[in-house]
Write a protein that binds this ligand. Structure first.
Ligand SMILES: [Zn+2]
Length: 463
């Protein structure tokens, strides 16, 4: 089939005799019909979004109470409650933790799936305990996922006829250097809607220098990868001068985007990052606004609550725990699932979208600084903070580790040894950022290691 190479949205006709406008496949039509609605609902005021979220939640709750053993008694307080009273009862519903999910096992699976929700797909989530949890998702829930994926492409104005490079697969023996793997299309979310350009993939365990060489050779338009991988690529690129040509934008997924990485990406490759916030069990929680570096919650597919220590919704500027309820997966309803992440609520966005704003995602509690008075706070390092630190000395990589209540270890990977004056300036910067009363110790490991889960944290509390 012919597609115009320069068409940024190359719709794929399902009928060989019709070239344009394209009648896409029934599955593609289903995603497009959701997108048509999403393009309108994203402009709705927050109150209207909230009201429609409640309507969907009421149905989800009714289904869970009738067909999911785990919820049979737990949802009694919500039975028959409507309107604002529903929200009040909802906020008293206990949070569902990962340990609860592991403990509940098959009791969280629905005994009956209504017609029209399609086949069930099984997947596993691992998490920090390393103990996998079996989960189920309906085909319909997957359709909503696909719609949000396409929404992300549209928001960020991507040319879908371009070439996508993905460094995200860790399956042993798959997509190995030097060839990687070549696919005709970007992936399942855009399939049967767009005749996208090709996708090339490389195993995430490939050495950084080889990843860079592969990108230079492949000349993709877009790169999708984890922040940890991007950070290593940018540093290798800055060190060696090797730089991939033709890249238009970087897409980051799967980990919390550390402060400073956007700036580094702009400096080294001259490119912006479009980040997404998702989890395997929940799906998408938020997409980055196309006009700002904060995130919009995906309120049409998930209810996200950001709660303070007392379980009340946080106001703009406050940081709280992230609690999510996917709205459409009736195979395994997760009601008020606590992800373990923290996020800061943002002010309404100037872009015209009514979808609530998350200013930043902060990761896990172990990334909080413990204070001598028993409190905790987030070590909020802005991009300009990091910029000032990097300007002091030739630092390649840094990590702050709170080892005692009054002691902070600053681990630095540097291009050369620091002189006394530079070391003093780094200590002063650290005290100014983290607290005047702290004892600061600089250490210089050869290589800074990621955590056991392969992710890199730039602040860790060991207490
Ligand atoms: Zn916005």
């Amino acid at each position: 089939m012919m597609t115009v190479a320069s068409d940024p949205l190359p719709f794929e006709s399902a009928l060989p005799d019709i070239a344009w406008p394209a009648p896409v496949s029934p599955r593609g039509m289903a995603v497009l019909s959701l997108l048509f609605q999403l393009e309108r609902t994203e402009r709705w005021p927050p109150e209207l979004l909230r009201d429609f979220q409640r309507r969907q939640l009421e149905r989800l709750v009714a289904h869970a109470a009738s067909h999911v053993p785990y919820y049979r008694d737990r949802l009694m307080p919500l039975a028959g409650v409507e309107g604002e009273a529903f929200w009040q009862a909802w906020q008293r519903l206990p949070l569902l933790t990962r340990a609860d999910v592991q403990g509940a096992g098959d009791d969280l699976l629905s005994r009956s799936i209504p017609e029209g929700h399609g086949e069930l797909a099984e997947f596993f989530t691992s998490g920090s305990t390393g103990r996998p949890v079996r989960a189920l998702r309906t085909e319909l829930a997957q359709l909503y996922w696909n719609a949000v994926t396409v929404r992300d492409h549209l928001w960020h104005g991507r040319d879908l006829s371009g070439k996508l490079a993905a460094i995200r697969d860790s399956t042993p023996g798959k997509a190995l250097y030097p060839q990687g793997r070549r696919l005709e299309r970007w992936g399942f979310s855009t399939a049967e809607i767009f005749a996208t350009g090709p996708c090339v993939t490389l195993n995430i365990l490939t050495a950084t220098e080889d990843q860079l060489a592969w990108l230079v050779r492949e000349r993709p338009d877009y790169l999708i990868t984890h922040p940890t991988i991007l950070d290593r690529l940018l540093r290798a690129s800055a060190r060696t001068g090797t730089k991939p040509d033709g890249l238009k934008q970087i897409l980051t997924i799967s980990e919390v985007l550390p402060p400073g990485l956007r700036e580094l990406c702009r400096q080294v490759w001259g490119l912006s990052i479009a980040d997404t916030y998702s989890s395997r069990e929940i799906g998408y929680l938020a997409l980055q606004c196309p006009q700002a570096e904060h995130y919009h919650l995906q309120s049409e597919t998930v209810l996200v609550e950001i709660l303070d220590e007392r379980g009340r919704p946080c106001a703009p500027g406050e940081v709280g725990r992230v609690v999510a309820t996917p709205l459409h997966n009736l195979a395994m309803p997760l009601l008020r699932y606590e992800l373990g992440d923290y996020a800061e609520v943002g002010e309404a966005c100037g872009c015209g979208r009514g979808l609530p704003v998350v200013r930043r995602i902060l990761g896990r509690r172990q990334n909080m600084l413990r204070l001598p008075d028993g409190g905790e706070r987030w070590p909020l390092l802005s991009s300009s903070d990091i910029g000032r630190l990097l300007a002091l000395t030739p630092i390649r990589r840094y990590q702050f580790v709170q080892t005692h209540l009054d002691r902070l270890e600053v681990r630095l990977e540097t291009a050369r040894q620091l002189d006394d004056d530079e070391a003093r300036q780094v200590i002063e910067w650290t005290r100014a950022k983290f607290g005047a009363g702290l004892r600061i110790e600089l250490t210089f490991p050869d290589v800074l290691a990621p955590t056991a889960t392969g992710k890199f944290e730039d602040f860790v509390c060991l207490l």
